[in-house]
Write a protein that binds this ligand. Sequence first.
Ligand code: NIG
Ligand code: FE
Length: 386
Amino acid sequence: MSTLITNIGELTTSTEAGVLHDAAVLVEDGRIAWVGGAVDAPRSRAAEFVDAGGRALIPGFVDSHSHLVFAGDRAAEFEARMAGQKYAAGGIRSTVAATRAASEDELRARLRGFVDELLAQGTTTVEIKSGYGLTVDDEERLVRLAAEVTSEVTFLGAHVVPSEYADRSDEYVGLVTGPMLDACAPHARWIDVFCETGAFSVEQSRRVLEAGIARGLSPRVHASQLGPGGGVKLAVELGAASIDHGTYLTDYDVAALAASDTVLTLLPGVEFSTRQPYPDARRLIDDGVTVALACDTNPGSSFTSSMPFCIAIAVRDMGMTPTEALWAATAGGARALRRDDIGIIAAGSRADLVLLDAPTHVHLAYRPGVPLVSRVWKDGIVRFGG
Ligand code: NIG
Ligand code: FE
């Protein structure tokens, strides 16, 4: 099956080819077969034609950080925060209780609903973490459900120490790195840990990540969300694909990231929803750090699933240009997942594409809150829009 999308007013490739005008894209068997100017398009190779009407085409968003398998709601916690209360890691435990109490069918239905919600907003790849089960069986259930909807599954048994292990955190780390890892590793690609005061120490985080690596999982780390700490240094030392949050980075952290292959995944929805300061992405990029943007959809710290919303914040409040923010939300996310087949529009890449109801991708930040996603293709198949 081959489709030529033509009359594309603006095509953002998220590659070195940059932004093209009056462009066309040929999709064949789920992959991009050709990209270039509409006048040069290989029309004879196409069985079907789509007229983009002069609008903007971008790569599908790659949301490299989410916690989509959970039950319950923490609207009251958000409301209290907006009235001045501080965000704390301990809130995770209330979602753990609700998630343990939910049936597998309930969790699956909610998860699938989220995946559709993301697709409708242009996200074609999502990474999904466990972390609201925190027993062997509950964590196994969460990674198994996540694996039904994505290949980017992360085992996050070390999200927080559950109440039943209060004051026995090292014992809990033993459970995570032993039987829980045994049960979860077959369903996961990644191992993650929340390295933060109130969650896990640097030493405990190292135990978790090294155990995951020994089981063939690749590391990524939640760090420096609530204050500076040793998580970034650890992540870089272990060759993590990404450190996520980075709200409170030291100069040392920035230099270490710039000299590494570890992506810094910024999560502006968290700062928005916890009233923390936005990271200075401008400075980070200028210092040579590779920055990705993700939503961190979860019921506690960031309950948005909108990559366009995160892009708008990154442009308005974090100093990124619209093109940098779009790169970070597409190719940057792909890099944070060590993938080179998504997040770009180039010959050979997957045909994950978003047609915007806008003449340029700049509208993603210029028209915040407006649903601009008109049509979404994943692997060349229309999954949203007409
Ligand atoms: O990425 N930082 C840790 N985990 C989530 C928050 C989870 C929660 O509050 O439920 C995050 O922000
Ligand atoms: Fe998170």
